[in-house]
Write a protein that binds this ligand. Structure first.
Ligand code: ATP
Ligand code: MG
Length: 322
């Protein structure tokens, strides 16, 4: 296979007054070229920490304790930060963050900010750049005249489309979307998701799509990574994960998805309990305190992240014992 991004044994911790929040704790995954990786897990499980580590925009108190992030074979964490920002970010991998205003500068008109992004990375004429800006805005369904507006003059959905256009501007190999649609109403959310998927199919970039809502991932992803409390608990082919979820946590997440095809709604199962404190995570498996299948070994020894068959990995004593 043709791997574009490879995260190996990544640990990102936050320093606090009392210790370390182990937000990403030994996570390994990969994303192939022209494929979509969906990353899901409850609020606070470390999804955004993973993304901000990849783009090296973590909060000041964050530290990469160990691991590597290989993009096209090069370890991004070892790259000089200035070079990384000039040569890689926007140009070869772009980031659609949880809040669109993190990307859009309120004092710039849409077109001026897009122009600056192009001119900072490429040696093209203004006219050529403007032509590309209008074309890209059109491809995401934003009328040309909106280019003259300031971000606050746009609706939430339009702003999100502008950020998607920004991400597409330099034709990157990978786009990472962190809850890009979460703040929008359900209809707009579905439209933007559809837009991103169709752009991904026509332009063939790789996409990492991060959400707390596993149900969004079924129709857009090729592979799925499930995080729980800073750990990757399951990773595999989308069909395998949805038709044969192996980790008890994944099974509960899937049960919690409302089935829209069935008229009589199945009873939604909320997962009892809360995720653990990431400063003092439980010994053994971090899910053990909430797990319906927990055995004595689960609270003693951490389960190995192991391949079950084909492209399907899980970290669970109950599964790997068999
Ligand atoms: P959500 O779905 O709510 O966006 P998430 O999966 O993206 O959640 P993160 O934002 O990565 O989760 O946070 C992971 C953990 O790290 C959480 O326990 C959070 O409280 C903690 N955390 C995040 N930022 C900091 C920080 N700057 N200092 C200390 N702890 C932090
Ligand atoms: Mg987040």
């Amino acid at each position: 296979t043709d791997t574009l991004l490879e995260v190996n044994s990544l640990k990102t911790y936050y320093a606090t007054k009392t210790g370390y929040v182990k937000a990403v704790d030994d996570v390994s995954l990969f994303l192939d070229r022209s494929k979509v990786l969906g990353v899901a897990g409850e609020s606070g499980c470390g999804k955004s920490t993973l993304v901000t580590t990849i783009f090296r925009v973590m909060p000041r108190n964050a530290r990469v304790v160990s691991g590597e992030i290989k993009f096209k074979g090069q370890d991004l964490l070892k790259m000089d930060l200035k070079t990384f920002r000039k040569e890689i970010v926007w140009k070869d991998m772009a980031y659609i963050p949880q809040a669109s205003m993190d990307v859009l500068d309120p004092v710039y008109k849409v077109k001026d900010q897009m122009l600056e992004t192009i001119l900072a990375h490429e040696d093209v004429s203004r006219a050529e750049a403007m032509e590309r800006i209008y074309r890209t805005l059109e491809s995401v369904g934003v009328p040309q005249e909106k280019a003259d507006m300031f971000p606050h003059e746009l609706s939430g959905g339009q702003r999100q489309r502008v950020v998607i256009a920004m991400a597409l501007l330099l034709n990157p190999s990978m786009i990472v979307s962190d809850e890009a649609t979460t703040a929008l109403d359900v209809i707009t959310q579905a439209k933007i998701l559809e837009l991103m998927k169709s752009l991904q199919e026509s332009r063939k970039f790789s996409m990492m799509f991060v959400t707390h809502d596993l149900s969004l991932l079924a129709n857009v992803s090729d592979s799925i990574a499930i995080m729980y409390a800073g750990k990757l608990v399951e990773f595999g082919d989308v069909e395998k994960v949805f038709s044969n979820p192996l980790h008890p946590y994944t099974q509960l997440l899937i049960k919690a998805i409302p089935d829209l095809r069935v008229r009589k709604q199945k009873k939604l199962v909320a997962i009892p309990g809360f995720p653990p404190d990431l400063e003092n995570p439980p010994k053994g498996c971090r899910f053990a305190p909430r797990c319906p299948l927990a055995m004595p070994v689960c609270s003693e020894r951490e389960p190995e992240f192991a391949r079950v068959e084909g492209f399907h990995y899980v970290a669970c004593h109950a599964v790997n014992r068999k």
